[in-house]
Write a protein that binds this ligand. Structure first.
Ligand SMILES: Nc1nc2c(c(=O)[nH]1)N[C@H]1C(S)=C(S)[C@@H](COP(=O)(O)OP(=O)(O)OC[C@H]3O[C@@H](n4cnc5c(=O)[nH]c(N)nc54)[C@H](O)[C@@H]3O)O[C@H]1N2
Ligand SMILES: Nc1nc2c(c(=O)[nH]1)N[C@H]1C(S)=C(S)[C@@H](COP(=O)(O)OP(=O)(O)OC[C@H]3O[C@@H](n4cnc5c(=O)[nH]c(N)nc54)[C@H](O)[C@@H]3O)O[C@H]1N2
Ligand SMILES: [Mo]
Length: 756
């Protein structure tokens, strides 16, 4: 099992030679094509390594990280060095000086999950400064609990795809329903139902409207509307204005199930600010016509309508507004909780939304509690390192960045996930020591002082399952461990023994004993469920390869709340949907108000900055891989152009710049530049270019933090600013750029060659 699906492998010479998708998966992901040859790829880390400057001069800030040589050390030396350094930092600076960063997707698998391992280890060490929320859902994770009492239930207990196929008349999809993203689910997935669910909806006569800068964000027949990126909230307000002014809004629903509609309506109608958020107003901002907006609003009110918002719409500045306004629009239609109506967040963002949940807890490695109270919103990593001691706002609180001496990373890649990589490189020069566990020489591993080689999931046994998939899977080791790589668990066990808490960390179990233990804990629980399907003893489970769990089918999001709002209130302060939040209003932020509203984006075609950088770059998720993982694999490499990441442009934008398909271009703004390979495509809106994330950062001059990336990583261009003072969510999805042909000698791609 991988995050992108279930499969079986054939192996030869210690590597994967072929991959067969699970027979029960009707729509397996092309990402599986990256696996053959991945285990023994030259980008693997062969053994423990320490940066030469760190080894020779000891811990301390350094601006040669990322450009230095490495010295091979033995595992015993590595354990000794690392244990001593952890002890030093804790004794001299306290546990809060350790940032246990480790945001990232590492591998599927419940036991060898790198984040669980590193957090458990650091908790037992006495704690660490941690991060909260995700790059995926930074704004949603803060705003939606305040609006509907939860954010995870929006996905885990979302309206089921079968219910949508059977009941929805009109699906209005902000951000489309990109099939490419449904390949992926955190922790894995055994089925991919989105394509067939949309087909069945249309066969029944249902209609789909996709509002997105890219036509291929919706597969199959649909009405494609391509407004100016970043204008979605204005469009939703325009639609809401039609509903309110034509009396098409459901006043009973708003009275019974919501609070604060009146406050919001004053804003909508322009009563206080003199600016009605009319279809004409929305048209001027979005490039849609006012007639189009009026007609769409009337259609939405005429039948069973589902409003969906992809996660990408909140990965921008003011990212709170799109999901909040999406819920508000759906509340005005009055169909939240009805089959096929209401609101959805993340259909086409991840496979999970629309899949039936498992009604019991999953096998989970206990991480313990963190004795340190300091934390940061996850996307504030560079701010943390650059501004120790400074105060910042987060979700109504005033917090302080601790003084970080040691960064401990296992299972993620900040050079994939973070914005403004030049700024990140400067931030990474600040701490005394950076430790990275990685199977591969990613850019993050190259910026480490202590490099700890990890196994990949193919080299070890594990258990896999997720909260919205019927299968609990035995992930069986496919190939022997590569060279000097070790399981993260073994590394942490050795360190814990050296530091005096080995027994507590391991509880005396080997990895295989842990897997069996986690399974048996789960099994004991499942056996108490009278409706459970199967729960064989461990040996039998391991022989069969998987067991099938019960799922709750046919869900409609918030139907229990709708059925009985007194018995099943939302966990908001009012128990209802907060169209107006008195709490947020009370924070007095200038970039997030008490109700959803339009804020002009920083990076968009409607603003002044577009005169300097006239193309809107969409830095979305890659079709050919998961983030930066296995960028060297066959599926990912097949999409590259002269080794560079493809950038898609509209034919008019290409013609204006004299570009032909297959050209290499320099993509740039005032933060940085990268090279990319041209694909010309009329399915991209004019004025928009699309360059997915995930090409490994490959600076022309590794010693220069501002160096051009020769490979096509869009995060050299994106701004490192939070969504707002409320959430500080990641804003990497949008950035303004200019593009010009690159006629110089093409620099080689060095990202996959190990450092000296
Ligand atoms: N511009 C822009 N930037 C974005 C986004 C965007 O939309 N636009 N999206 C953001 C989003 S939603 C996300 S989730 C992030 C993703 O960012 P990340 O999750 O950090 O990216 P990955 O490449 O998946 O990094 C996972 C790393 O774990 C390593 N790994 C795999 N297995 C193991 C293991 O067993 N042990 C250890 N120690 N390591 C292992 C892999 O080799 C890989 O390098 O990116 C964010 N960045
Ligand atoms: N193949 C693949 N699938 C993945 C991942 C991966 O790396 N590879 N990563 C997974 C992860 S961790 C996450 S969090 C999810 C992310 O899920 P999302 O954030 O939803 O995914 P994206 O592909 O970044 O964006 C979806 C689409 O939104 C559209 N869009 C962007 N800006 C705007 C806008 O202003 N308005 C409108 N209307 N549309 C806009 C873009 O055209 C884009 O294709 O994807 C998951 N799925
Ligand atoms: Mo994500």
């Amino acid at each position: 099992m991988a995050h992108w699906g279930m499969f079986e492998v054939e192996s030869a010479d210690g590597d994967v030679s072929a991959v067969q998708p699970y027979a029960g998966d009707a729509d397996p992901s092309p990402i599986l094509g990256n696996l053959p040859g991945s285990v023994r790829h030259r980008a693997r880390i062969t053994g423990p390594a320490v940066r030469r400057g760190w080894l020779e001069s000891g811990p301390g800030p350094s601006d040669v990280r990322g450009a230095d040589e490495f010295v091979a050390v033995s595992w015993d030396e590595l354990t000794e060095l690392l244990a001593r350094e952890l002890r030093r930092v804790v004794d001299q600076h306290g546990n809060r000086a350790i940032f246990g960063g480790s945001y990232g997707w590492a591998s599927a698998g419940r036991f060898h999950h790198a984040q669980s391992q590193v957090h458990r280890f650091l908790n037992m060490l006495g704690g660490y400064t941690r991060s909260v929320h995700t790059y995926s859902l930074g704004a949603t994770g803060v705003i939606m609990p305040r609006v509907v009492g939860t954010h995870w239930k929006l996905f885990a207990r979302s309206t089921n795809w079968d219910v949508i196929s059977d009941h929805t008349d009109l699906m209005v999809c902000f951000g489309g329903v990109p099939l490419k993203n449904t390949a992926v689910n955190g922790g894995g997935t055994s089925e991919h139902p989105t394509r067939s669910a949309l087909d069945r909806l249309r066969e029944r006569g249902g209609e789909v409207v996709s509002i997105s800068p890219l036509r291929d964000d919706l597969h199959g027949r649909c009405e494609w509307i391509a407004p100016i990126p970043g204008s979605d909230v204005a469009i939703m307000l325009g639609l809401a204005h039609v509903l309110a002014s034509e009396g098409l809004h459901d006043k009973d629903f708003l009275d019974l199930y919501c609070v604060g509609y009146d406050r919001f309506e004053r804003y909508l109608l322009g009563i206080d600010d003199g600016v009605p958020k009319s279809p004409e107003w929305a048209a001027a901002l979005s490039g849609m016509s006012a007639e189009q907006i009026v007609a769409l609003a009337r259609r939405m009110a005429a039948g069973r309508t589902m409003v969906t918002v992809t996660w990408s719409l909140q990965r921008v500045r003011h990212g709170e507004q799109a999901p909040w306004m999406g819920v508000t629009l759906a509340a005005m239609l009055g169909q939240i909780g009805l089959p096929g109506g209401g609101f959805g967040h993340g259909y086409g963002s991840m496979n999970e939304p629309g899949l039936a949940p498992v009604p019991y807890p999953l096998p989970t490695l206990f991480q313990g509690a963190d004795p340190v109270s300091d934390f940061i919103p996850v996307a504030a990593i560079a701010d943390l390192l650059l501004h120790p001691g400074e105060e910042f706002d987060f979700d109504g609180r005033r917090l302080t960045y601790p003084d970080t001496r040691l960064v401990y990373w296992a299972g993620g890649n900040p050079f994939h996930h973070h914005q403004d990589l030049a700024r990140l490189r400067r931030a990474l020069s600040r701490p005394d020591t950076i430790v990275v566990h990685e199977p591969y020489w990613t850019p993050m591993a190259r910026h480490a002082d202590i490099v700890v080689p990890s196994t990949t999931s193919l080299e070890r046994n594990d258990l896999a399952c997720t909260r919205n998939d019927p299968l609990l899977v035995a992930m069986q080791q496919a190939v022997p461990r590569y060279a000097g790589a070790r399981d993260d668990y073994d590394t942490f066990s050795a360190l814990a023994h050296r530091l005096g808490f080995g027994e507590r960390f391991t509880e005396g179990r080997t990895a295989q004993q842990w897997i069996e233990h986690l399974y048996e804990q789960w099994r004991a629980f499942v056996l108490t469920d009278p409706a459970h399907l199967e729960a064989p003893a461990f040996d039998e489970f391991w022989r069969r390869g998987h067991v099938r769990m019960r799922t709750e089918d046919g869900l409609s999001l918030f139907s229990d709340f709708r059925d009985d709002p007194r018995k099943n209130p939302l966990t908001t302060p009012s128990g209802r949907i907060e169209i107006f939040s008195a709490d947020i209003d009370g924070f007095g932020y200038d970039d997030c108000a008490g109700h959803p509203r339009w804020f002009e984006p920083d990076e968009w075609l409607g603003g002044e900055r577009a005169q300097q950088f006239p193309l809107h770059l969409i830095a979305n998720q890659p079709r050919t891989r998961l983030h930066g993982q296995l960028d060297h694999g066959a599926t990912s490499q097949a999409s590259k152009i002269r080794g560079r990441e493809p950038i898609r442009l509209h034919p008019d934008d290409a013609a204006e710049r004299g570009l032909a398909a297959g050209d290499v271009v320099r993509v740039f703004n005032d933060r940085g530049a990268c090279l990319a390979g041209v694909v010309i495509d009329a399915d991209v809106r004019g004025g928009v270019v699309q360059l997915s994330t995930g090409a490994w950062y490959d600076p022309l001059d590794p010693a220069d933090p501002d160096s051009m990336c020769v490979h096509g990583n869009p995060n050299v261009l994106t701004a490192d600013v939070g969504a707002s003072r409320l959430s500080h969510g990641c804003t990497g999805q949008h950035v303004l750029v200019q593009v010009e042909r690159f006629d110089g000698d093409l620099p080689p791609i060095k990202a996959f060659d190990p450092p000296l």
